[in-house]
Design a protein around this ligand. Sequence first.
Ligand code: AVI
Length: 319
Amino acid sequence: AVLPRPAIEFYDLYPPKDDIRADVITALSSTPKSLSPKYFYDQNGSQLFDQICELPEYYVTRTEIGLLQEFGDEIAALIGERAILLELGSGSSTKIRTLLNALKPKAYVAMDISKAHLINAATVLAEDFDWLDVHAVCVDFSAPWQLPMEIEGKRTAFFPGSSIGNFTPAEASCLLKQIRQLVGQGGELLIGIDLIKDTAVLESAYNDPQGITAAFNKNLLIRLNRELDANFNPDKFRHASIWNEAESRIEMHLFSKEDQVVVIDGELFRFEKGESIHTENSYKYSLPGFAELASEAGFQSVKVWQDRDKLFSVHLLRC
Ligand code: AVI
């Protein structure tokens, strides 16, 4: 028998394809060349990211989930029941599952740039938590946005995974201010922040020996081939992640293995041997460093949790 699927409300705020084309062409025409990490997350990229989260080297996901499990009751007591829970970069909506029974929110709004993955994750969540009012919004956080629906209640944003680390500190500051607007006076933000640590630990988390992170990075080229009629040969690029101490960030690059020309929708792009496409930054913070960023954006710290090895932190902030 086919079981009825609990309905989710879906809202699409994602920009049209032309925006991607113009953005990619500008970024690859600049020196040094770059591509925004937001383009990683097509259906395939979201699945590869889920695989990264399971890697032994990628301590980020399991450490954060450990914190949410260990301190979930305390977090829920500080937030209180019946909040409107807004998750930014909800992906597969895995982490929120550890909090839902304790939090008993009035509604859950999953927000992500990866449309098909988002709809699927929100639908499965609505099936598993049939008492929960589930909404899904496809949105790009790098541009200003507003919640497309009206829901009454205290708002709590959830921004896990240290996804804010994929924005420069200046962009992160703008995004935090946007989140403050989103949740309003008395609203909260529960956010995961990855911490500065030993270079070898950081670099191995982003250069796994199974090559999943390399496949995730190169999927960007495969996506451009499909969506923008480009002719990248992913085998002619080498994945590498490097800790940039001065900027406090892991940088992901795709290095051209040879001199080559790539055509994107009729336009030619030259790559020299060894030239890189800078595809991602993943900023790491100290606790005081993040506290300063949050307070500058108008948030007060309620409580900070970290694991015994001081790998990762979860912050409850209020405005
Ligand atoms: C989504 N984001 C927080 C991940 C990170 O760690 O910066 C993306 C990622 N890139 C490579 N591995 C994981």
